[in-house]
Write a protein that binds this ligand. Structure first.
Ligand code: SF4
Length: 168
């Protein structure tokens, strides 16, 4: 299966109730051979409107941190643990994560990134595939709001930059 086929499956998915009242599925995007994958919690309102991941405020913050660390977002595969927006942006329920996470696992299998950064506690539930290094950090929207979280986020991305340089 290709990423395109997977996106079609996600767009047609009815495995949990989140697809109701959405405008678009947000499967994630990035190069099929990306070395780095970033995984967040769920798409928000802006993402639902556009079908693209991390295009709202948290996305802009994420882009800034990537750029500060010399990482080109165009070279990164960006996704979420669930692929449809949640009501009022609430965290996805466990049954929604369970229903959706096979799509993320399939994305990891297809892209085969060297490193996957799991952003936020919900994303930490992602499956771990052999041969991939996983880094857990906080979610960018939490990093935007709370100094302690922001410090951790910055430290983790600075460490990521070093890891990418070592392994490139
Ligand atoms: S959130 Fe995931 S499992 Fe639920 S309907 Fe959307 S694609 Fe399917």
């Amino acid at each position: 299966m290709s990423l395109k086929d997977l996106n079609t499956k996600i767009a047609q998915c009815r495995k949990c109730k989140l697809w109701k009242d959405t405008n678009n599925a947000v499967p994630g995007e990035g190069p099929a051979n990306a070395k780095l994958m970033l995984v967040g919690q769920n798409p928000g309102a802006e993402e639902d409107k556009t079908g693209k991941p991390f295009v709202g405020r948290a996305g802009k913050f994420l882009n800034k941190v990537l750029s500060e660390n010399g990482i080109d977002r165009n070279e990164v595969f960006v996704s979420n643990i669930v692929k449809h927006v949640t009501p009022q942006n609430r965290p996805p329920f466990p049954d929604e994560v369970e229903a959706c996470v096979p799509y993320l696992a399939a994305q990891m299998e297809l892209v085969k990134p060297r490193i996957v950064v799991l952003m936020g506690k919900v994303a930490w539930q992602a499956p771990r595939l052999e041969g991939i290094e996983y880094i857990e950090t906080v979610h960018p929207s939490a990093a935007m709001r709370f100094t302690k979280m922001r410090n951790r986020f910055m430290e983790d991305f600075a460490a990521l930059k070093k890891r990418l340089n070592v392994s490139s």
